[in-house]
Design a protein around this ligand. Structure first.
Ligand code: AMP
Length: 630
């Protein structure tokens, strides 16, 4: 029997009898055709593709690798070190071919991006020797760069691509079991930013760009019924404003076929529908007349769209009727896309502040939170899609990297006390392995991957919520970097989010909302003080804003902050309201630096070195208030 037949037998015997007869008919038909073409290679390839279509098999594979996650972790580390043993970095650390976790941890230090930067830059500059990996790196990813104000380079290779697809397939298999989608399309707000060549001729782009440009991406999307309703020219267009407009237009053209709405991060979904509020009449005109608006000037996009856009007054009337029937845009998404089953994207961490507005657009449509990863590599898949985004967890895939965890506090009993402790997140212990983490505890993740990162501190804090078989299910807590600190006070991204949530409730009474927010430590005053920037959806009265400002100040309950405020070691918190559209300018600024819209995260704290963003914020302040809470 040939390889193709063996694979086919295994595949076929796994199926139920009714499923088998359909497959058998299909296969016979294909065999007849293929035999006529004399093409056995295609037969094997076709079987491979069909295997990809089997979600139960994907789930089975996931169950198998998580059953003894410790063993899989040791095997994965061995594979990484065997493949890359010849790399200069590992050679210099004296591993001498050893591949066990103990030797690895003894020889290889914990690092941040800063320590690896010189190696990565040599790779980007064209040094062909094995520097971080055995096989040369040919592509560089740019992280979204909102952490340090500039994008950082990280290596990207086939193995990272493969693990990305594994994550997509895994979460799709679980998602589709609970929320099956029919044949159709996805309205996917995805954008591929410009790729450029590094000094040494390597292709460089954001991680999402590198993924979307890879041929495997399309194959996998097809396999998991997640094809975009837009032509490639829209995704790869030169200007994201034009691409976004056409994404919306394609969504309307294929409105009955749209099965789900997606973007990598929830921010982009919200951004898309906020834009829709502004351009919907123009979209209707385009559909009515079958002519694309002049705002789309890129010839590639115009050519591709002209193939789809035909005069369709009925559709234009229908959309017009739907929109004018809405109250304050509530249920916009299900009204536009009647067959959509859910909205999907990363909704955790810094995306949580957007959930309220997203739910408003979504009405009864479920919001499903996507997986957890970074430009440096993926970590876990959401295998419990029914959980609301606020409780979403990510099961670590133990075969895509070697993961260690730095415990950030001792035990659960101390938790409340630690929350009040100014050194929260500063207490650092020896890293533990994947299967040694404890439920309820917080950790910083350390990643070793197939693309040349060894014991790399990702900078994210996660909490262990439980286990799937023997692999942990993580909840994303926040970036580890402290955001706001002046002296003994320490407030994280999460603390800021909670304070903003609390204070913005006061705006709700006036039917207003915080569109977006950021913060800054102003040390130019003595004493220094926290500045919170708010963009608000309309005009708020002075009294309510004063109350919001006091509420923000009181909502930072960190003991170091409260005690410093009481003795005026930290000055009164300042709330600065910025003009509508200010955060759009920040987004444009980052896109200009090469970030991709789909990877964008609003910087929640703007440091003194991030001059340009600070200038945008400060230059758009329309009013400011100082707290009188203390
Ligand atoms: P990037 O620099 O664009 O690769 O972004 C990676 C970072 O985005 C991660 O280190 C996390 O801080 C954040 N991130 C990625 N996935 C999630 C998620 N599911 N939930 C919360 N934050 C996430």
């Amino acid at each position: 029997m040939c390889a193709g037949c063996i694979r086919f037998n295994a595949f076929f015997l796994n199926k139920s009898s009714s499923h088998r007869s359909v497959i058998a008919f299909y296969i016979i038909l294909q065999i007849v055709l293929l035999c006529q073409l004399g093409c056995s290679q295609s037969f094997v390839r076709m079987l491979e593709k069909m295997e990809e279509f089997d979600p139960e098999k994907v789930i089975e594979e996931f169950e198998a690798i998580t059953r003894d996650a410790g063993k899989v972790q040791r095997e994965t580390l061995k594979k990484i070190l065997e493949e890359n043993g010849s790399a200069e970095y590992l050679q210099s650390l004296g591993l001498n071919g050893r591949t066990d976790p103990e030797s690895f941890k003894t020889c290889v230090p914990l690092v941040t991006h800063k320590e690896l930067e010189p190696y990565i830059h040599r790779i980007a500059d064209g040094d062909p020797s094995p520097i971080l990996t055995g096989k040369p790196i040919t592509t560089i990813s740019l992280s979204s760069g909102t952490t340090q104000g500039k994008p950082k380079f990280v290596p990207f290779n086939d193995e990272l691509m493969e693990s990305t697809m594994q994550i997509y397939r895994t979460s799709f298999a679980f998602r589709n079991r609970e929320f099956p989608i029919g044949n159709g399309k996805g309205l996917q707000f995805i954008y591929s930013s410009k790729q450029f060549q590094t000094k040494g001729g390597l292709a460089a782009g954001t991680a999402t760009t590198n993924v979307y440009r890879n041929s495997q991406f399309k194959e996998t999307m097809k396999a998991i019924q997640s094809q975009s309703c837009c032509p490639d020219e829209v995704i790869f267009g030169p200007d994201f404003h034009q691409s976004l407009y056409c994404h919306l237009l394609c969504g309307l053209i294929f409105r009955d076929e749209v099965q789900f709405v997606f973007s990598t991060f929830a921010h982009s979904i919200l951004h898309a529908f906020r834009t829709f509020e502004q351009v919907w009449e123009e979209l209707c005109t385009d559909i009515r007349e079958g002519v694309l608006s002049n705002r789309v000037s890129a010839p590639s996009i115009r050519a591709a769209m002209s193939k789809l856009l035909k005069p369709n007054p009925e559709l234009a009337d229908l959309v017009y009727k739907k929109i004018t029937g809405l109250s304050n845009w509530y249920r916009l998404i299900p009204e536009l896309f009647p067959n959509a089953k859910y909205i999907y994207g990363i909704m955790t961490g810094s995306m949580e502040p957007y959930l309220r507005k997203l739910r408003h657009y979504a009405g009864e449509l479920p919001l499903l939170s996507a997986d957890y990863g970074s430009s440096e590599g993926w970590i876990g898949a959401n295998v419990n899609p029914k959980l609301p985004p606020e409780s979403a967890t990510f099961a670590v895939l133990p075969n895509i990297g070697f993961f260690e965890f730095i415990p950030l506090k001792h035990n659960i009993e101390d938790q409340d006390q630690n929350q009040m402790d100014p050194s929260f997140f500063q207490i650092e212990h020896e890293p533990v392995d994947l299967t040694e983490v404890k439920i309820g505890e917080d950790y910083e993740i350390i990643v070793t991957n197939f693309a040349g990162l060894y014991r790399y501190k990702l900078g994210d804090v996660v909490k262990v919520m439980g286990f799937h078989n023997s692999t942990p299910e993580l909840k994303f807590v926040c970036r580890r970097n402290l955001l706001l600190t002046i002296n003994i006070d320490k407030n994280t991204e999460k603390d800021l989010q909670l304070a903003v949530e609390e204070a913005s409730k006061l705006l709700g009474e006036e039917k207003l909302e915080v569109v977006d927010y950021s913060s800054h430590v102003d040390s130019s005053t003595d004493p220094g003080h926290y500045v919170i920037f708010w963009e608000i959806s309309g005009e708020a009265g002075e009294e309510v804003l004063k109350e919001c400002c006091n509420c923000l100040d009181r909502s930072f309950i960190d003991a170091g902050y409260v005690s410093s405020r009481k003795v005026n070691a930290i000055g009164a918190l300042e709330l600065r309201v910025v003009r509508r559209g200010t955060f759009q300018k920040i987004l444009d600024h980052y896109l200009g630096l090469g970030s991709a819209l789909s990877q964008f995260k609003t910087p929640r704290c703007v440091g003194p070195t991030n001059n340009l963003v600070l200038q945008i914020l400060c230059g758009n302040v329309v009013e400011s208030y100082f707290s009188t809470a203390f």
